[in-house]
Design a binder for this molecule. Sequence first.
Ligand SMILES: Cc1ncc(COP(=O)(O)O)c(C=O)c1O
Length: 368
Amino acid sequence: MQLPDFPWDSLAPFKERASSHAGGIVDLSVGTPVDATPEVVRTALGESSDAHGYPQAWGTPALREAVASWFARRRATPDVDPDGVLPTIGSKELVAWLPTLLGLGAGDVVAFPEAAYPTYDVGARIAGASPRPMRSLTGLGPLTSATRPKLLWVNSPSNPTGQVLPVEHLAKMVAWARTHGVVVASDECYAELDWRDGAGPGSVPSILDPRVNGGSHEGLLAVYSLSKQSNVAGYRAAFVAGDVTLVRRLLEIRRHAGMIVPWPVQQAMVAALSDDAHVAEQKARYGLRRERLRAALEGAGYRIERSEAGLYLWTTRDEDCWETVGALADRGILVAPGSFYGVAGERHVRIALTASDERIDAAVSRLA
Ligand SMILES: Cc1ncc(COP(=O)(O)O)c(C=O)c1O
């Protein structure tokens, strides 16, 4: 299996450069939450520390119900069947293993956006399938049995660009996929972080939204993570939901392989999914950081593109991304080069909002 080099290693010299700044590094390269896990979630975890028995790979009925009601309440998606819900050990492992769990292998194509989270590519390689970045469905060219994807990844809001795909766009993708017998997996982990006017339940449409799929979840999987919305990246708390038959197939292998979310984490997930207040509070924190950072970057001659939603500012100065990474490292600010996300990102950098207010202040004053 040919896995790509771990891209973050190539950022090490820039990290060193940024760290030598007199005021210390402002690390905006990785989207790892920096604020405390909310009390409501920690309490649920703590109260579940007696976990002497094996947990269910399928998740407790209460957790699967909580996911279904979260979809109804937060995503304008009322018809998720709790039988079609499965907790995962964070969403990265599901992204990395989904092609394998679906039985894909040599000769099968896995398609994903041309600027994308690198694990879609990795997952195809782990399965021995062929990764296929694509600008649009038409970019796949004439479909033959050799080029037609078996699995299509959608990521809205996008990491790294922050683009949100509207209902009409997703509906076209679903119709196309159904015509060609393609499974669609939609990674929606930034759905709660919509920065546009009028943001609210359903403003970032889920692939499971009836406006998108006409009321049928056949061939569709939504992937969601609590890492960002609830500051629980260290818990490894996520789920996949949708087509009951597909989810059962995943469950079958996962229970044999011991891919089980620990029971205390399942309990914490129920608490997190049932409480909207902490999600709103965290979003407000990111919103303030985003506004200040955006103004400072624009004032310093950078252009922010897309970035309608999510945890990043997709930024360019119309130069090679490594030049931008270097210029910002000289000011003690570390960002991720767009090339980590594919050749389409070579002239952008991805700037995360995941730093404390104090560090964001430092970045803002260095950009002035
Ligand atoms: C698009 C996307 N999908 C999945 C993940 C993985 O999240 P986790 O494994 O914490 O659930 C990330 C994390 O940054 C991401 O950006």
